[in-house]
Write a protein that binds this ligand. Structure first.
Ligand code: HMG
Ligand code: MG
Length: 298
């Protein structure tokens, strides 16, 4: 009952870099995206048009987006929190965006300085304009398996927020375990609850690997029919407004697992892994990918 093919949404250039302490030059961000574009990935989240006061690491979003070589057939969504971000993104020709909110009030207040309902109200004009402009919109729900401030997050809250984003016109809802606290049976229950309210084909999963549970949780959700998985090359990532958040599940490790199960991704794992090695060296860190460590040249 596993899907035959899975689309990986590579979030390294955005989620991976937004929390980095090291200064990453604009040219290196562009090179990262261009390298990823050559691996067979179909979706690469490129950057964020958020407030540079909140996320200084991505203040060069416009320069990065304008500098990348956009491959036909590859989507390059960017995060947009409000109409200001939408204007900035459209000024450089962005064709796909992602709006983001959470299932927990406490996290949203810290991350985007708004309640859940205020955030949805902010997105309404963004979605209306995107629809008129032919811009595709993805929607994120954070803290679907736990919140760093509130703890447990009721499933009903996850379903309500996911449904609201879907009803507003998001073509895909990405369910985020922002702090990686979920375990497989909880991930499955969460997925089932959301899939009861909207088509499973419109769902993606976005799991941080803080507690080492991400691959197990992904497997549990694949069994439920999910066929879109967010991941970050070299296991980079984390949200600065989520206490205790660490890296996303590594793209290399997800692709290794999927290919080992006979599931097609269209991705050249060697090329992806080389990009992960290159990125880890650039950041001066050990790769967060277990595949990358296991296959590192001696
Ligand atoms: P605010 O301070 O409440 O905003 O921030 P404001 O509307 O009051 O504006 C304040 C100032 O910011 C103004 O400038 C605005 O023009 C400017 P001033 O008049 O003071 O000079 N401003 C902007 N500038 C550039 N681009 C913009 C923009 N908007 C306002 N788009 C806001 C509210 C939402 C803007 C802020 O809280 C923000 O940018 N937050 C982003 C936080 C963020 O990016 N977090 C990480 C991404 S979410 C994540 O990682 C989770 C995810 O991976 C899934 C998961 O793991 O669960 C997606
Ligand atoms: Mg994330």
């Amino acid at each position: 009952q596993f899907p035959d093919t899975v689309r990986i949404v590579e979030v390294g250039p955005r989620d991976g870099l937004q929390n980095e302490r090291a200064h990453v030059p604009t040219a290196a961000k562009i090179e990262l995206i261009d390298r990823l574009s050559a691996t067979g990935l179909k979706t690469i989240e490129a950057t964020s048009f958020v407030s540079p006061k909140w996320i200084p690491q991505l203040a060069d979003a416009a320069e990065v987006y304008a500098g990348i070589g956009r491959r036909p057939g590859v989507a390059y969504p960017v995060l947009v929190p409000n109409e200001t971000g939408y204007d900035r993104a459209r000024a450089v020709g962005v064709e796909e965006i992602a709006v983001f909110t959470a299932a927990s009030e406490a996290f949203n207040r810290r991350n985007i300085n708004a309640s859940i309902d205020e955030s949805l109200q902010r997105f309404a004009p963004v979605l209306a304009r995107a629809c008129a402009d032919g811009v595709r919109v993805r929607g994120y729900v954070s803290t679907v398996l736990g919140c760093p401030y509130q703890g447990e997050v009721p499933l009903a809250d996850v379903v309500r927020v996911a449904q609201a984003l879907y009803d507003m016109g998001c073509y895909e809802i990405s369910l985020g375990d922002t702090i990686g606290v979920g375990t497989p049976l909880k991930a499955r229950a969460m997925l089932r609850a959301v899939a009861a309210a909207m088509p499973v084909g419109a769902l993606a999963i976005h799991f941080h690997d803080t507690y080492g549970q991400a691959l197990a949780n992904i497997l549990a959700c694949l069994e439920e029919g999910v066929a879109v998985v967010d991941a970050a090359v070299a296991g980079t990532g984390g949200c600065p407004y989520a206490r205790g958040a660490s890296g996303n599940v590594a793209s290399e490790d997800v692709v290794y697992m999927l290919h080992g199960m006979g599931i097609d991704t269209g991705i050249d794992l060697q090329a992806l892994s080389e990009t992960g090695r290159w990125l880890a060296a650039l950041l001066g860190v050990e790769t967060g990918s277990r595949f990358g460590r296991a296959t590192a040249p001696a």
